[in-house]
Design a protein around this ligand. Structure first.
Ligand code: ADP
Ligand code: MG
Length: 678
């Protein structure tokens, strides 16, 4: 049985099994499906094809006596001339002087090593003398660690295949194999471990990638289907007229993207299906008002709404803007953060429980045990990827299966969205409010600071305001705060006629609130801050964003920061002060100056950083694939997703024996039991 523990494989005892665990290998199946991540190519190449520093295999005829030089007691260098085709090159062997007698003029050698194009020299690390290697030789390379070596792993995989390989079943329906010209399963697995040609490995890989994506997507789509069918949500009969009247009284018409998204959300609200939706929109696309409309809708049906955000500053900002929108139409909006204490807190909680509060906004404080809602109908979390799954779950459990919506201003590239949030519905605001001028972004070296400050001054003279951002890196908050304080002092001296404020994470929340308020009222013209203003802050008169040490930020974060300006009608600017050392760093700065489009940018960020880094390590929550690569195999992911969606929604999928292996897989993954629905 493929599902047996690896100890069933001959030669694998308890100890080896333990070593294998560190590679994520527990069962025979895990071992057999532990695929190489690349192949070493041992085919002899023509010297004309080689690139400098490339690892290469060359065949040739020895032309000169080997010359050996010793240095130190154990070190030696052996060199000789070899003719390959019509090119004479030097082969160098380190610490292998014992080969001297074997390397005879006129004999044939096959040498593998590192090629130096400038010196026409191959530094050999593997050699075959006399015999010619077989054509098409590919060595699989596996990622190993701990006590497991490539050699021992290969041996174990081989034994496992010999012993259990016959039990590998085809699990994909015939129909798909034909449609996509996919290799059969057993054959693919075999070819991945023992390819005869590069094409072999490629075709085998293509098949396994499709399978992996299909299984993953089937899981996601099944979860989504069951969630929709069994979620036991509440049909919230909101008052259509009131909602429309509210929308018509807004100071601006909704963009058509906002209207579409509102419709999608409200359709979920009034249906008995519990909403599980991701709302994404670039910075400044107007998510807050969409949130306000949604919250208002549930309140018209006498439900309560909650909005949870990651920081106090953001909670306060949202509180102010939502209160401004909702209070005039008679809603009671309250703020609950860690700094609401004592009697005030007690009173607030009591009113919440009695249903006197319509909309509650807050930080993590919202999900504490003592917080009880009267009738919670809708929960919105902003910047959802900062909240762990557990916290989201707790918040949801606060009401009677409330609708849930996650808002994010980090546009998630489609490839990540469909893999990470495949079990959710996604609404996207893909349009900016009319009349916005694209922010002009410039990249300047730190030595140009003086000129940058002159530029800032010109904006201030027009009555505008500016942000100056200093990095905050978690590991040394103290140093970064110091840095911000220093910049603040410098700018105070430079901009004598203006008020320069300072904001960082070490300030008391009342101090932060005060600084923000004064910036908002234009009592402060320049706000020096760490990244605490990264999300959500909205001061339309600020048109200037200067980011120090911009190379220390990721693209998405820079884009978020930049999104603090460009919120009004005037032209806004973003200046990145950066002296990036790496090529990737330079590329980042360039991309920032080239595009204002968050989706475009996040796609490019993903390509630069790879999926693991995209959300930051801590809250990655990304699926791990054995062989597939979300970025490079993106097309396959799309295809598999569509196939999975079609299968799951069709009657025959669940009955037809053609699909039994796929259904068995879903059963084994526990997604049919409904216990993973969440
Ligand atoms: P986001 O949260 O998506 O970054 P906000 O909701 O903070 O964006 O909106 C950014 C700014 O745009 C706010 O000042 C808001 O009042 C304004 N805004 C939102 N929707 C529209 C619209 N349809 N037309 C004009 N301005 C809008
Ligand atoms: Mg916002």
């Amino acid at each position: 049985m493929l599902n047996s523990p690896v100890t069933m494989v001959k030669g694998i005892g308890e100890e080896k099994a333990k070593d294998l665990q560190s590679l994520g290998i527990f069962t025979v199946k895990d071992l057999i499906e532990y695929f190489p991540y690349r192949y070493e190519d041992y085919r002899p190449k023509d010297i004309s094809e080689l690139k400098h520093d490339e690892r290469a295999t060359i065949e040739g005829i020895i032309q000169s006596e080997p010359v050996v030089r010793f240095f130190g007691r154990k070190k030696s260098k052996l060199s000789l001339k070899v003719l390959a085709g019509n090119v004479l090159f030097t082969a160098v062997f380190f610490n292998q002087h014992f080969l001297k007698t074997k390397l005879v003029i006129g004999s044939k050698v096959t040498l593998t090593g590192k090629w130096d194009q400038h010196r026409l020299t191959l530094t050999v690390n593997e050699s075959k003398i006399g015999a010619s290697v077989q054509k098409d030789v590919y060595e699989p390379v596996y990622s190993v660690g701990g006590k497991v070596t490539v050699k021992s792993l290969k041996k174990m995989i081989q034994t496992a295949i010999e012993q259990f390989g016959h039990g590998i079943n085809e699990i994909l329906p015939e129909y798909f194999l034909k449609k996509y010209k996919l290799l059969e399963r057993k054959y693919s697995i075999y070819k991945l471990h023992y390819p005869k040609s590069f094409e072999d490995a490629k075709q085998a890989r293509r098949r396994m990638v499709y399978e992996e994506f299909l299984l993953f997507q089937l899981k996601m789509q099944t979860l989504k289907k069951f969630h929709r069918e069994n979620s036991g949500g509440t049909a919230i009969a909101y008052k259509d007229k009131m909602v429309n009247s509210f929308i018509s009284k807004l100071p601006f018409p909704l963009t058509s993207a906002q209207q579409r998204v509102v419709d999608e959300i409200l359709a979920d609200v009034c249906s008995p299906i519990r909403m599980n939706r991701l709302l994404q929109g670039d910075v400044g696309s107007g998510k807050t008002v969409v949130a306000a409309i949604s919250l208002y809708a549930v309140v018209t049906a006498r439900f309560q709404g909650a909005l949870m955000v990651p920081t106090e500053i953001l909670a306060e900002q949202h509180y102010h803007s939502l209160n401004e929108l909702l209070q005039p139409i008679g809603l009671t909006v309250e703020l609950l953060t860690g700094s609401v204490k004592g009697k005030r807190r007690k009173e607030l909680l009591k009113r919440l429980e009695e249903g006197e509060v319509d909309v509650l906004i807050g930080t993590h404080a919202l999900i504490q045990d003592e917080v009880n809602f009267h009738r919670l109908g809708l929960v919105i979390t902003d910047e959802q990827h900062r909240f762990g799954v557990e916290q989201r779950r707790t918040l949801r459990s606060k009401g009677q299966n409330p609708d849930v919506m996650f808002m994010t201003a980090t546009p998630i590239p489609r490839t990540l969205a469909i893999s990470t949030f495949g079990d959710m519905d996604v609404s996207t605001i893909d349009e900016m409010p009319a009349g916005r001028k694209p922010i002009q972004t410039y990249w300047a070296r730190h030595e140009m600071l003086e000129r940058v400050l002159t530029f800032v001054e010109k904006e201030l003279e027009k009555g505008r305001q500016a942000y100056v951002i200093c990095p905050l890196i978690e590991e040394s908050e103290k140093l970064d705060v110091q840095n911000a304080i220093e910049v603040h002092t410098q700018l105070q001296q430079y901009f004598k006629g203006y008020n320069v404020g300072l904001m960082h994470g070490r300030l008391h929340s009342s101090e932060k609130d005060d600084v923000m308020q004064r910036f908002s009222n234009n009592e402060i013209q320049i706000l020096v801050s760490t990244t605490v203003v990264e999300v959500g802050v909205n001061v339309p008169n600020a048109t200037m964003m200067v980011i120090y040490d911009a190379e220390r930020f990721g693209l998405s974060q820079l884009h978020q920061l930049r999104g603090r300006v460009g919120r009004g009608e005037a032209q806004s600017y973003c200046i990145l002060l950066a002296d990036p050392k790496s090529e990737v760093g330079k590329e980042r700065m360039k991309i920032m100056t080239e595009t204002n489009d968050g989706f475009d940018l996040s796609q490019r960020d993903l390509e630069l950083r790879g999926p693991g880094d995209f959300f930051g390590q801590k809250q990655s929550g990304l699926p791990v694939f054995k062989i597939a690569d979300m970025i490079h195999d993106y097309r396959a992911l799309e295809v598999a997703r569509n196939d999975a969606a079609q299968l799951v929604s069709s009657e025959y999928f669940w009955k037809d024996p053609e699909y039994r292996y796929l259904v068995i897989y879903l059963e084994e993954e526990g997604v049919l039991a409904g216990d993973k629905i969440d």
